[in-house]
Design a protein around this ligand. Structure first.
Ligand code: HEC
Ligand code: HEC
Length: 110
């Protein structure tokens, strides 16, 4: 009996959380022109995964303004250790490197 109750509780608690973390995928797409020229898709940023791994203050407000579309991100800046390429981020052994274009420019790819 307790087992069924616990299983029920488990499902009740995990299903909505999973659904919530799934939707926290932010499409960053303000650079249509130059992005299309380079032949890459819009960026899908998994906020959910990053929120689980880091504190909010690791990114906000120093690296990214916490507002949709408020960060004017270019690859030049990423490569100059800003935004996604900030120290300890996608230019370090902690995360996949910047030349894995399609891992970030992934809209419509997975
Ligand atoms: C760690 C994530 C990440 C990786 C890896 C990445 N990008 Fe980007 N890229 C971004 C983000 C975020 C933007 C900003 C998107 C926007 O605002 O439209 C961006 C923007 C761009 C733009 C448009 C802005 C500009 O700089 O002209 C181009 C072109 C681009 N990326 C090409 C590439 C190419 C080519 C690669 C692989 C060599 C790559 N990116 C790898 C995250 C990434
Ligand atoms: C790894 C860096 C990173 C971490 C950690 C992070 N964020 Fe974000 N956050 C971003 C990026 C990138 C965006 C998209 C900004 C854009 O569109 O230019 C964003 C967007 C947002 C937004 C605006 C979009 C929305 O969903 O309303 C809010 C609010 C926000 N973050 C709050 C938080 C909070 C609260 C935490 C901690 C629980 C957090 N962030 C952790 C990088 C991060």
């Amino acid at each position: 009996m307790v087992r069924y109750l616990l299983t029920g509780l488990f499902i009740l608690l995990t299903v909505p959380t999973m659904a919530l973390s799934d939707v926290d995928l932010i499409t960053i797409d303000s650079k249509g022109g130059s992005r299309e020229k380079a032949g890459v898709s819009p960026v899908v940023f998994p906020h959910n995964i990053h929120k689980k791994a880091y504190k909010c203050a690791a990114c906000h407000p120093k690296i990214f303004k916490a507002e949709l579309g408020a960060n004017n991100i270019t690859m030049k800046q990423n490569m100059n250790k800003m935004f996604c390429g900030s120290p300890g981020c996608h230019n370090s052994p902690k995360a996949f490197p910047l030349f894995h274009c399609n891992k970030c420019h992934s809209k419509g790819k997975k």
